[in-house]
Structure formats: C-alpha cells, structure tokens
Design a protein around this ligand. Structure first.
Ligand SMILES: Cc1cc2nc3c(=O)[nH]c(=O)nc-3n(C[C@H](O)[C@H](O)[C@H](O)COP(=O)(O)OP(=O)(O)OC[C@H]3O[C@@H](n4cnc5c(N)ncnc54)[C@H](O)[C@@H]3O)c2cc1C
Length: 310
C-alpha cells in the first residue's frame, strides 16, 4: 500500500488552512472529510468577525473561497470517515495507519487532525423524536421554514444569540431561553439581540420536555429561580447549547483533556510524534474560524519543519 506524506483529517477552516499551507509548501497532501468541505462554517449564516471582511461574509461563500484557494495550490480531496487510527512506527513513511468506515486503509507519515466539533443535544424527552420536525441545530438550514412563526432558541452563548438575531428575519417571535439571568455572548451581540423587538428573553429557565403530535407544538419549562412550571406554544426550537469534540475515534491514542479535546503544544504537536491537531477539536480557550485557520497553518508549518529536520 502506498504511503502519503501528509493526511489532513477534516475539511473545515482548520483543515483547509492547513491544506493551503501544506500544498503551497509542496508537501504531498490528501484531505479527507466524511462530508463536503466547510465544517461548522456551513451552519453559520453570516460571519461578522473574520478579519478582512468588513461587511461580513456568508459561511457558504467563505467555504467556497477557502476551497478555491486550497485547490489553486493543488489540494487533493477524498470523501471518507476515519473510524480509527493506529500508530505503529511514528515518524516513518508508513508509521500511521488510518482505517475508514468502509474498511479502506491509508498509510501516512504525518497526520493533522482537524475533525472539529459537533453540537451538543439538550437531552430532554421529545428532542430526538422531533428532530427535523421542528427541532433544529442549524438556523441557516432551517430558519426559512419558520416564516411568520413563533420559535425558541435555547442557549446564551455567541452561536445562540447570533442565530436568534438571524431567525428574526423569518420568525414572528423568537424566545431566547437561557438557564441563567444573563447571556454569555459577547456584549455587541447581546446589545443587538436585546434591542430587537422580535426577541423575547426567557431567563433562568430550563426546557423540561418538547411536546407535539406530528411536529413540535409546545415546550414545558421550569423557572429555576421561582420553581414555577409553564408551557410555551411555538412552531420550532433551535438548540445551541455548546459543542463536543469529534475525537471519539482517537481513543487510546493522543492525549486529551477531560472533555475529549486534544492536547497539543504551540506547534500543534500532539503526544504522538507525527500527529498534529488544529481547530475546534483542540483543547483551547477560543473556538472560532480565526483560531482554527491559524492553528491549521501552524500545524502545516510544523510538518514542513519536521521534513526539513528529518
Ligand atoms: C451556528 C454556528 C455559527 C458560528 N458562527 C461563527 C462566527 O460567526 N464566527 C466564527 O469565527 N466562528 C463561528 N462558529 C464557529 C466556527 O464555525 C468553528 O470554530 C470552526 O468551524 C472550527 O473549524 P474546524 O475546522 O476546527 O472544525 P469544523 O468546522 O467542525 O470542521 C471539521 C470537519 O471535520 C470533519 N470530520 C469530523 N470527524 C471526521 C472523521 N472521523 N472523518 C472524516 N472527517 C471528519 C467534519 O465533517 C467537518 O467537515 C460558528 C459555529 C456554529 C455551529
């Protein structure tokens, strides 16, 4: 089996930035993703905080630009989900073996893990049953289906608040349900949301159950401070309550923190020689596009330096 010099696992912003740097440095590189390129950026309707775009840019447009840039430098891309990695002889030409879901295997010298993160679920009754029937994790994808409807956004971080603002383009009313008495999102977003007449914050409140017949009809809520229970009628629920890393397939390989985010040094080196990590799957304080691309670039540069040092 032929061995590839570098495999980049994941074609979100971190993986695509790594591909731009690696391909430009003429490192033979294969980018693998189980889906089409873009990662979580495709879930973001409008990105306002990525430097260089003063008026913002849509998630789709930003992805297209990253892909075009990587292709210009010769990025090769394949579809496939990696289900396990096996490191036999780190640093050797075929020292890392990747196993894909169909059983196919790929050998590589270096690996950049850029598998990102996925949304967390609320874990309440009704959530699974009504997924796609009023329960959504992507306002960009599903927002337009809720024209003139009442919807709720669950969460209080940047994503929740930003997507609540986006949903006001379609919905008649957006209830922003948060378990605390203030939002976690950056002040700029908070001010925008709280000044929007279509957004009604619901503080200190937990969703206990999502109800309906064929589709979502109402939520049962618990006010944590007063202990009061109530029902809220609506047509859709958008859940943004955090993320978990896509690292389950790495068990017993690289070192991770307690939540499963990968530990690296400043060069994005993991605990295994030849294996690097970049982006949202890494243990770090800020998970954004700007940090993902910076880490992708650093990881590719580290691979290049390793090559020179071999
Ligand atoms: C709704 C929403 C809005 C957001 N808005 C903003 C914003 O305005 N500004 C901002 O800076 N950030 C925003 N973010 C965060 C930003 O999208 C992420 O920080 C960024 O996408 C992380 O990039 P990444 O490449 O590390 O991972 P991801 O974007 O998560 O990409 C990971 C890729 O790896 C692939 N993958 C995972 N596991 C495997 C496997 N086993 N085998 C093969 N492929 C695999 C996935 O399919 C995916 O394509 C938002 C996120 C969300 C969800």
């Amino acid at each position: 089996m032929e061995s590839i010099r570098l495999v980049i696992l994941g074609a979100g912003p971190a993986g695509l930035a790594a591909a731009i740097y690696a391909c430009r440095a003429k490192i033979p590189t294969l980018v693998l993703d189980k889906l089409s390129p873009g990662g979580q950026v495709l879930l973001s309707d409008w990105v306002e905080n990525y430097p260089g775009f003063p008026d913002g840019i849509s998630g789709v447009d930003l992805t297209d630009r990253l892909v075009a840039q990587a292709r210009r430098f010769g990025m090769e891309q394949e579809n496939g989900e990696v289900v396990s990695i096996h490191v036999t002889d780190p640093g050797r030409a075929d020292g890392i073996r990747l196993v894909l879901d169909g059983g196919k295997e790929i050998l590589t010298t270096s690996l950049i893990i850029a598998t990102g993160a996925s949304h967390r679920t609320l874990g309440v009754p009704g959530e699974k049953e009504f997924a796609g029937k009023g329960v959504s994790y992507c306002a960009t994808c599903d927002g337009p289906f809720f024209k003139d409807s009442d919807v709720a956004v669950i969460g209080g971080g940047d994503s929740a608040v930003q997507e609540a603002i986006f949903l006001t383009k379609f919905a008649k009313k957006v209830f922003l349900i948060h378990r605390r008495d203030q939002l976690r999102a950056v002040r700029f977003l908070q001010e925008q949301a709280l000044a929007n007449p279509k957004i009604e914050p619901v503080w200190d409140t937990l969703v206990e159950e999502i109800h309906g017949k064929d589709r979502v009809e109402y939520l049962s809520l618990l006010n944590k401070k007063t202990g009061e229970r109530s029902n809220l009628s609506l047509d859709g629920v958008f859940i943004f309550v955090g993320i978990h890393p896509n690292t389950a397939f790495l068990k017993d390989t690289v070192k991770m923190d307690q939540r499963g985010f990968i530990l690296t040094d400043n060069w994005m080196r993991t605990s295994i020689h030849g294996v690097f990590a970049a982006g949202d799957c890494r243990s770090k304080p800020l998970r954004q596009i700007v940090t993902a691309v910076a880490e992708g670039a650093t990881a590719a540069y580290a691979v290049e330096q390793e090559e020179f040092n071999e």
